[in-house]
Design a protein around this ligand. Structure first.
Ligand SMILES: *[C@@H]1O[C@H](CO)[C@@H](O)[C@H](O)[C@H]1NC(C)=O
Ligand SMILES: *[C@@H]1O[C@H](CO)[C@@H](O)[C@H](O)[C@H]1NC(C)=O
Ligand SMILES: *[C@@H]1O[C@H](CO)[C@@H](O)[C@H](O)[C@H]1NC(C)=O
Ligand SMILES: *[C@@H]1O[C@H](CO)[C@@H](O)[C@H](O)[C@H]1NC(C)=O
Ligand SMILES: *[C@@H]1O[C@H](CO)[C@@H](O)[C@H](O)[C@H]1NC(C)=O
Length: 447
């Protein structure tokens, strides 16, 4: 069958409208497996016996958790309405809701650098790894929903500093609450500083904080999960970054839990920028896109699902967020990565004001050291990738071919409009970097 460019796009658009969930299932790729977890088409309760599939998840449940209730449709009970609280003593839990290559490591650092915040980088990685090999063959949306339920249970446990819940997902299973397999442990300052890591002492005998991720992994040895849990409890607040929750509505049960005091920072980025960055990073998964760029011809078997999923998840989440349902009051803020890259200090202050947290000078120092705000090139080696990503939020414009840009725009048009990313109609417009493609928009937090 011969497929013209236009018919492929039409087909894609029709499919989005009619068979959205099906597309998400088919688009499943190792890197975005949990990102593809969908709602049941009817939104109805999953048969709780499916929980047998996630015995692992069961083990992490706490007595206080609702178990199967979480899988039931949302109860119409009134959500916890909370106005911004500037009482920094109230424990606040922060979730950075993001997708891969949207700048989430950078946003994570805005909390990781705060001395009163316990930060975890992608703990749900372990859920994905432990549960998906068994369910990977399955296209059953109900089963996927169960995985999402396990992810939510784990998040709740982690915010309550029950870090041992994570152990059931780590392979090999930690013995004596000790493991060297915690994913990206080095990305968390708390896990690389005393008392969790006592490895390093400075010249005067005082402890140093290892700011280099690899060095932390090398020098700290296996992590003692009990000590890590103590460290979590010792901090006033906790923040978790994840790219493994598709949409804000997937978090509703946690957001409505008054004991949790959860606030969500949704990070979005121009999908054209995400695409360019993923093509560089996930070379196997995005192989056909690289082929397209190299040859100038779109491979007929190009996987549309990858970019569709990003745009659909963003569109649904952002639409939900901007519609300001009562359950999100005081709990949701939308952050465009491009705004953060252009005005890092200002945007970080806005973020902290919304969260009701006091911004620590160490966060500001870190920003100054790691963005274009810094003229000190000697501090560059440590966080080159972070620095580059902040400086180059729009460099996709020289990395994607014009055809690829047009194609992505077509698929993601409603999202681009919603978020204020300008469509380009001519290669000259695309490459002229003095003409910004990011409209000035203010997304006020919902208090
Ligand atoms: C759903 O639950 C009922 C009663 O617990 C059980 O008989 C049935 O087999 C379950 N169905 C599935 C698909 O698990
Ligand atoms: C766990 O601790 C016990 C008692 O301290 C010890 O006998 C055992 O060898 C430890 N297991 C591992 C795998 O380190
Ligand atoms: C981990 O730390 C606890 C103290 O919180 C200690 O009792 C335990 O022995 C430590 N475990 C290992 C394996 O070092
Ligand atoms: C910022 O850079 C200076 C100079 O390199 C360094 O002394 C300081 O520790 C850095 N601060 C942070 C928070 O990275
Ligand atoms: C690039 O964009 C700027 C600002 O819109 C415009 O003034 C300039 O003429 C453009 N340059 C070219 C070569 O198109």
């Amino acid at each position: 069958m011969q497929c013209s460019w236009k018919s492929m796009v039409l087909l894609a658009l029709a499919s989005i409208a009619i068979q959205y969930t099906a597309i998400r299932t088919f688009s499943t790729k190792p890197f975005s497996l949990l990102c593809s977890v969908g709602l049941t088409p009817t939104g109805h309760a999953v048969n709780c016996s499916l929980r047998d599939l996630t015995r692992l998840g069961q083990e992490t449940l706490e007595a206080s958790d609702q178990g199967c209730d979480e899988l039931l449709p949302q109860s119409p009970s009134s959500p916890s309405v909370s106005f911004p609280s500037y009482n920094a003593n109230k424990r606040t839990h922060i979730l950075i809701l993001a997708t891969t290559r949207s700048g989430s490591s950078f946003v994570g650092q805005l909390f990781n650098q705060h001395p009163e915040v316990f930060y975890l980088f992608e703990p749900l990685y372990h859920v994905q790894l432990a549960l998906l090999p068994r369910l990977a063959q399955s296209r059953n949306l109900a089963e996927r929903r169960v995985i999402l339920g396990a992810a939510r249970d784990l998040l709740r446990s982690l915010y309550h500093c029950h870090l041992s819940s994570l152990e059931s997902y780590i392979r090999p299973r930690p013995a004596n609450h000790s493991t060297d397999k915690l994913f990206r442990r080095g990305a968390s300052r708390s896990l690389c500083s005393p008392p969790v890591c006592e490895a390093q002492l400075g010249r005067e005998g005082q402890s140093l904080v290892l700011s280099d991720e690899g060095e932390c992994m090398r020098r700290c040895g296996p992590i003692n999960v009990s000590l890590a849990a103590d460290a979590c409890r010792a901090k006033r607040h906790a923040a978790i970054k994840t790219v493994r929750i598709p949409q804000i509505s997937d978090l509703r049960a946690l957001i409505e839990d008054p004991r949790l005091n959860l606030k969500v920072v949704q990070l979005v980025r121009d999908p054209r920028g995400i695409l360019a960055s993923r093509i560089e990073t996930f070379r196997d998964t995005y192989r056909l896109w690289r082929l397209w760029r190299a040859t100038g011809r779109r491979p007929h078997n190009l996987d549309l699902g990858q970019i569709n999923t990003v745009c659909e998840d963003f569109l649904r989440s952002v639409s939900t967020g901007l519609a300001r349902p009562a359950w999100l009051r005081g709990r949701y803020i939308l952050l465009r990565y491009e705004d953060l890259a252009r005005f890092p200090l200002q945007k970080t202050r806005e973020l902290y004001r919304f969260l009701g947290l006091v911004l620590d000078h160490s966060v500001e120092d870190w920003i100054i050291n790691n963005t274009r705000g810094s003229s000190d090139l000697s501090s560059r080696q440590k966080f080159t990738t972070v620095r580059d990503s902040a400086a180059n939020a729009e460099n996709w414009r020289v990395k994607l071919s014009f055809d690829m840009v047009v194609y992505t725009q077509t698929v993601c048009q409603p999202l681009l409009e919603l978020l204020g990313y300008k469509t380009v109609y001519h290669p000259r417009e695309l490459r002229n970097l003095s003409h910004s493609l990011v409209e000035d928009r203010t997304f006020l937090p919902f208090f």
